[in-house]
Design a protein around this ligand. Structure first.
Ligand code: PEP
Ligand code: CO
Length: 451
C-alpha cells in the first residue's frame, strides 16, 4: 500500500519490494551502518535543494536548460583533485557553449559526489569467461573479478559518505573559489581537447565571451562585483538506488519542517526501479528534493502520468524531471505520446533526454560501447518530438569524463572500434571523452536554436 503524506516516514519504503537491492549477507551489520550514517552531518542543505528546485522551475517553464552529466559510476579508487577538476572543466565548457549558443541560463547538475550504486540487467555477469555476481558499484562491493570480492559489504556505505563529502568539498571550492570564474573561460580548454575541431571552435567562442566582458567593462559595468561572473552553482545528483543510504541521510529541515534527502541536491529513480508499487517511488514521494525518473521504451503514457501524480501531487514546477532514454530507434515514436499525456494532465515536469542508456551496443570482442551518431540521433529525435508536440526540450543527461578515454565510438575525430582498447577505463557504461562531450555540446546548442 502506498502511503499518504501523513503516513509517509523515511523508513516506510521498507514495507515494499525494493528492486535491485543487493543481497546483503548480514542485515544486522547493515542496520548498524544505517544508524551510524544517521548521526553524521548532512552532505547538502535543504535550502540548497530548494534553490535547485527554483532553477528547475525555470527549466520547466522554458526559460532555462538543464545539463546533468558525469560518470556512469564513480570509483572509490579515483577521488583525486585532478580527476574532479577535469570533469568540472568539461562541464563548465559545455555549459558555456550551451548558454552562449542558446542565450539561456544553464542549470548544471553533476552525476557526482554520490553516484556509486548501479542497477544491473542481470544478477550475474561473465568476466574473462567466469560467471560472477554483477558489479553493482563500489558502495556495494569491489569490482575485482572474484566471488569473494563481490560479496556486499555495508561498511562501504560509510566509505561512500566520506568520499562524497570530500568530492563535494572540492567541488564547492572550485566553483566558488575562482576556478569557475568566467574570465578564465580559456583555461578550461585542455590540450587534448583544444587540438580537436570542437576545441578550436571553443577557443573562438571563449574569445567572443572575453570580448563581450571587455565591452561591458568599457561601458562602465563593474565586473569585479558581479558575483555570477565569478562563482557558479554545480549541484550534485545520483541515482537513489540504495534506500538504506538515502534513508540514513534524510533529515528534517529546521526551517520548513519538511524531510529532505541530504545525500545530494537531486536524486533520480532508475528505469528499473520506477515501479509504482515499489520501495523507490514510495521513498522519493516523501522527500522534498527535486526528483528525476528515467523513462525507458517500456514506459506508457499512463505510467508517466501516474508517476507524476504520485511524485508531484502539489504540481510544483521543478519538482519532477522525466529523463527519457528511449534509444535512437524508438524516441520519435515513443516520446510524443508521453509528452502529450503529461501536457493533458497539467502536471508540470521538466523533460530531459538521456541519449546514452538506450543506445548501448557490444562489439564483437564484447566491449560495451555507444556510437556518437546514435547519441546524436536520439537527441535529434528528442528535439523533434518536442517541436511536434509544442513542449519544451528542457535538458540533457549524459555520461562523460574529462579524460581522453576511448569508450564511445565516433565523434568529429571518428574514434574507431579498434581504438577502444587504448584507454577503456569505465567501471560500468562507456562515457564520452572530453572532446566528444564538447563536440556534443556544440551540436545540442545548434538543436536548441531550432526550437
Ligand atoms: C544510469 O543512469 O546509469 C542508469 C543505469 O540508467 P537507467 O536507469 O536509465 O538504465
Ligand atoms: Co550508466
Amino acid at each position: 500500500m502506498a502511503t499518504t503524506e501523513s503516513t509517509w516516514t523515511p523508513s516506510s519504503w521498507r514495507e515494499l519490494p525494493a528492486a535491485q537491492r543487493p543481497e546483503w549477507p548480514d542485515e544486522a551489520a547493515l542496520a548498524a551502518v544505517r544508524e551510524r550514517l544517521g548521526t553524521l552531518p548532512p552532505l547538502v542543505f535543504a535550502g540548497e535543494a530548494r534553490a535547485l528546485l527554483a532553477s528547475l522551475g525555470e527549466v520547466c517553464e522554458g526559460r532555462a536548460f538543464l545539463l546533468q552529466a558525469g560518470d556512469c559510476v564513480e570509483s572509490f579508487r579515483d577521488v583525486s583533485a585532478p580527476a574532479i577538476r577535469e570533469r568540472l572543466k568539461v562541464l563548465l565548457q559545455m555549459s558555456a557553449v550551451l548558454a552562449y549558443g542558446a542565450m539561456l541560463p544553464v542549470v548544471r547538475v553533476g552525476r557526482i559526489a554520490g553516484q556509486f550504486a548501479k542497477p544491473r540487467s542481470g544478477p550475474t555477469e561473465i568476466v574473462d569467461g567466469v560467471e560472477l555476481p554483477s558489479f553493482r558499484g563500489h558502495i556495494v562491493h569491489s569490482d575485482e573479478p572474484t566471488p569473494e570480492a563481490r560479496i556486499p559489504d555495508p561498511e562501504r556505505l560509510v566509505h561512500a559518505y566520506y568520499q562524497a563529502a570530500s568530492t563535494l568539498n572540492l567541488l564547492r571550492a572550485f566553483t566558488k573559489g575562482g576556478f569557475a570564474d568566467l574570465t578564465h573561460v580559456h583555461t578550461w580548454n585542455r590540450e587534448f581537447v583544444a587540438s580537436s575541431p570542437a576545441g578550436q571552435r571553443y577557443e573562438a567562442l571563449a574569445d567572443e565571451i572575453e570580448r563581450a566582458l571587455r565591452f561591458m567593462q568599457a561601458i562602465g559595468i563593474d565586473l569585479t562585483t558581479e558575483r555570477t561572473l565569478h562563482e557558479v552553482d554545480v549541484w550534485t545528483s545520483h541515482e537513489g538506488l540504495l534506500l538504506e543510504y538515502e534513508e540514513a541521510l534524510t533529515r528534517t529541515d529546521s526551517l520548513t519542517g519538511q524531510p529532505y534527502d541530504c545525500s545530494a541536491h537531486m536524486l533520480w529513480i532508475g528505469d528499473r526501479t520506477r515501479g509504482l508499487g515499489g520501495a523507490h517511488v514510495e521513498f522519493f514521494s516523501g522527500v522534498r528534493n527535486p526528483i528525476g525518473v528515467k523513462l525507458g521504451p517500456s514506459a506508457t503514457p499512463d505510467d508517466a502520468v501516474a508517476l507524476a501524480e504520485r511524485l508531484n501531487p502539489d504540481r510544483v514546477p521543478g519538482r519532477l524531471t522525466f529523463i527519457a532514454r528511449m534509444g535512437a530507434a524508438h524516441v520519435r515514436e515513443k516520446l510524443p505520446p508521453l509528452l502529450r499525456a503529461l501536457r493533458e494532465s497539467a502536471i508540470p515536469v521538466v523533460w530531459a533526454c538521456d541519449p546514452m542508456h538506450g543506445n548501448l551496443v557490444r562489439t564483437a570482442s564484447g566491449r560495451k560501447t555507444r556510437h556518437f551518431d546514435s547519441i546524436m540521433e536520439e537527441l535529434q529525435g528528442f528535439f523533434a518530438s518536442h517541436r511536434e508536440v509544442g513542449t519544451w526540450p528542457g535538458g540533457v543527461h549524459l555520461e562523460f569524463t574529462g579524460e581522453d578515454v576511448t569508450e564511445c565510438l565516433g565523434g568529429s575525430e571518428a574514434l574507431l572500434e579498434e581504438q577502444l582498447d587504448n584507454r577503456y577505463e569505465t567501471l560500468c557504461d562507456p562515457r564520452l571523452n572530453g572532446r566528444q562531450s564538447l563536440d556534443l555540446a556544440f551540436r545540442v546548442a545548434e538543436l536548441m536554436r531550432t526550437v
